[in-house]
Structures are given as structure tokens and as C-alpha cells.
Design a protein around this ligand. Structure first.
Ligand code: PLP
Length: 397
């Protein structure tokens, strides 16, 4: 039985074209891009080409792309780098960060890790549909705000955030704007010539590239300090010998994502809608988060009344279907999802949430199988046949 993978928000399979592009740089072309000889120069050329491809995906200039070791690192660089940069300003008034309560832990924990004696950090609220409360954001942004960081699309619900309004609010007070677009890149057209953010995070493994590579778009002129210090790689913005094969893979993945974006997004959205409609129609108490609102095409968060999401995840895994719970968990101790909690969901709904995230290879037949498997599993669990879950929950992805 072919397994069904509906956890593309956690990671995507490596595209075969990406692997092919990477192979030379894992074998014969092993040069260090900083070396002057031919080996080094060929590696440098490959990085340059990858940079141009990533830049093209988001309408950036090549010089505005900084490769990092992950999306997480890019988020850390955006927040740590800008706030450190801001502290060096002659008018070091701008010391504060405003972000949202539903960010990925890469942003949340970067924010929480800032020295609170020097930086005021505010986490703006969201409403019950998972959308940023713009009034709360506006109330928090001031002349002291160095950076406003709000994600483009949420990783647990897929809900698109009102980025244009966020930019307007931040700009009115002269603050920089960062958006974590890890879940949106490749699913929604993003053009930094029109989207007036200063910083934007991408991750390769969410767009069928390799794990352990990310990038930060840093608009020309943005004052940002490196957080990883050492050599002068990435124009002094990220030290360390480059992950050449990974970067080449990210470049290829970006090129493919750009060429497929429109077709993939429409097809995946249709399948997502089918999945939701059928799950609701089974009459098993399925409730979709923000079903009518603006979301990315691939992700839906559905809770099943009276059923533990954790138990349902395990039952589905046994039936050959890979999904995840809405919960972002700390190792060993399941913590209810901070995103769904921030949306003020009652505890039972938080605990019964499942995230289905579709991908470019998802088929209609897989959606049918998933609906059948969910229907059976929910019935069994309601009858008490599920048993307590023994698995460790996944970390927040
Ligand atoms: N930001 C968001 C919204 C994500 O969903 C993820 C990964 O799940 C990250 C950041 C982290 O990216 P990476 O896995 O490349 O560190």
C-alpha cells in the first residue's frame, strides 16, 4: 500500500531535478567558494547562479539574498541582526520589537531571547480566525520600534496574515519590517519589488529543496549585523564556508517552484477544498479553521469533536497516512498549540486538531483514502478503541 504524505508543511520530498543539480557539488566539484583556483571558482559560480534563482523567485536583487543554515537561522538573523544593528545607531532609541503571538518558534524564541532590559518585546494578538489583530499591532508599534516581524502565512493553520497593513503600520512609525515567508514561498506569488518588506525568510526544504538551507532577503540599505561571525562570506552577513550543494539545491528548488507556482497552487487548493468539504460532510464533527478566509493553498487545520488529535494522528499513521497535530510540542511534554491557544480555542478543540498539508504530488485518490481513513479512525476512537497515545509528539514545524 502506497503511503499518503500529507505533512508538506513539516517538510517536502526532494525534487529529483534538485538532487541532480546538487550531485556534482557532493562529488567532483568539492571546491571551497573562497578559493582562488578553478575548483573554488566553479563552486563560487554555482552559488552565484543559485542566488540569482532564489532572488528571481521573490523579485529581489542577487545582492539582497543571504544564504543561511535554515529558515530558523534566517529568522534569528533578521531579529538579532536588526536589533543589534539598531543598537549601534547614533539615536539608539529604536530598540523594540513587535511581533505576533502565532509566529513560528524560530521568531518567538528569538524574540524571547532578547535582553529585556534593553528591548521591549510585544506579541500582538490574533482573532479567532487566526488573523493578526491590526489594532493591537498598531497600539504596540511606536517611534521606539526597530522591527515589526509578522509571518506571511501561519504554519499550523495556513492563514495568510495582512502583511500590507502590517507594512503600512510599521512604515508610519519608521520601523523595519520582517516577514517569515517560509510557508508562503512557492505557494503565493511574492514580489519584493511590490511587497515593501525589509527582510523576508525562506527555507529550502519546504519547496522540495534540501534540509539545512535557508535564505534571508535583506533589502539594500537595511542596517543589519551578522549574528554568526567569522570570515567574510555572504558579504559579511553570515560567516562560515558555504553549504555549496545545499545552496545549489535551494536555487534549483526555487527555479522549479517559480515555474510551477500558478498551476500547482490552483490544483492543490482544489484538492484542499475537496478534503475539507468531504471531511465536514462525513458528519464526524469536523471543524475547519478559517475555511472561508485567505489561506495558502496547501494547509488546513481541522479539529474533530471529542477525539484526541494525537490519537487520531497515530491511527492515521497506522493506516498509512502521515499528518500532524496542530500542536507544537516541547520534547517529551506535549504542549497545546500556542497558535490555537492564541486563537482562544477551547482546550478540547486545541487538543483535537489535525493539520493536513498537501503537496504538488498529492492526488485526488489520496484525498479519498484520507477521508475514508479519518472517518474510520474517528469512529473507532469515539468507541474507545484508540488507546492512549505513546508516541512522542513532533517539535513545532
Ligand atoms: N518559519 C516557519 C513558518 C516554519 O514553518 C518553519 C519550519 O517549519 C521555520 C520557520 C523554520 O525553518 P527551518 O525548518 O528551515 O529551520
Amino acid at each position: 500500500m502506497r503511503r499518503v504524505y500529507l505533512d508538506h508543511a513539516a517538510t517536502t520530498p526532494l525534487d529529483s531535478g534538485v538532487l541532480e543539480a546538487m550531485m556534482p557539488y557532493l562529488t567532483g566539484e568539492f571546491g571551497n567558494p573562497s578559493s582562488v583556483h578553478g575548483f573554488g571558482q566553479r563552486a563560487r559560480g554555482a552559488i552565484d547562479e543559485a542566488r540569482a534563482r532564489v532572488a528571481a523567485l521573490i523579485g529581489a536583487r542577487d545582492s539582497e539574498i543571504v544564504f543561511t543554515g535554515s529558515g530558523t537561522e534566517a529568522d534569528n538573523l533578521a531579529i538579532g541582526g536588526v536589533l543589534r544593528g539598531a543598537m549601534l545607531e547614533p539615536d539608539a532609541e529604536r530598540t523594540d520589537l513587535v511581533t505576533s503571538s502565532i509566529e513560528h518558534h524560530a521568531v518567538l524564541n528569538s524574540a524571547k531571547g532578547l535582553d529585556r532590559a534593553r528591548h521591549r518585546v510585544t506579541f500582538a494578538r490574533v482573532d479567532e480566525l487566526g488573523r493578526l489583530d491590526l489594532k493591537d499591532l498598531a497600539a504596540a508599534v511606536s517611534e521606539n520600534t526597530a522591527l515589526v516581524s509578522v509571518m506571511f502565512a501561519n504554519n499550523e493553520t495556513g492563514v495568510l496574515q495582512p502583511i500590507d497593513e502590517v507594512i503600512r503600520i510599521a512604515r508610519a512609525k519608521g520601523a523595519y519590517v520582517h516577514t517569515d515567508a517560509v510557508q508562503a514561498v512557492g505557494k503565493v506569488p511574492i514580489d519584493t519589488r511590490r511587497l515593501d518588506v525589509d527582510l523576508l525568510t525562506l527555507s529550502a526544504h519546504k519547496i522540495h529543496g534540501p534540509k539545512g538551507v535557508g535564505a534571508l532577503f535583506v533589502r539594500g540599505g537595511t542596517k543589519m549585523n551578522a549574528i554568526i561571525r567569522g570570515g567574510s562570506q555572504e558579504r559579511n552577513r553570515r560567516a562560515g564556508t558555504e553549504n555549496v550543494a545545499g545552496i545549489v539545491g535551494m536555487g534549483k528548488a526555487a527555479e522549479i517552484a517559480l515555474s510551477r507556482l500558478a498551476g500547482d497552487a490552483d490544483r492543490i487548493a482544489r484538492l484542499r477544498d475537496q478534503l475539507e468539504t468531504k471531511l465536514v460532510a462525513t458528519g464526524r464533527g469536523a471543524v475547519v479553521v478559517n475555511g472561508a478566509g485567505p489561506r495558502i493553498c496547501a494547509t488546513t487545520n481541522v479539529s474533530f469533536e471529542g477525539v484526541s488529535g494525537e490519537d487520531l494522528l497515530i491511527a492515521l499513521d497506522l493506516a498509512g497516512i502521515a499528518v500532524s497535530t496542530g500542536a507544537a510540542c516541547a520534547a517529551g511534554s506535549p504542549e497545546p498549540s500556542h497558535v490555537l491557544k492564541a486563537m482562544n480555542f477551547p482546550r478540547e478543540r486545541v487538543n483535537s486538531a489535525i493539520r493536513f498539508s498537501l503537496g504538488r504530488d498529492t492526488t485526488e485518490e489520496e484525498i479519498e483514502r484520507t477521508v475514508d481513513a479519518v472517518t474510520t479512525a474517528v469512529e473507532q476512537l469515539r468507541r474507545g478503541g484508540g488507546g492512549p497515545s505513546t508516541r512522542r509528539p513532533e517539535a513545532g514545524v
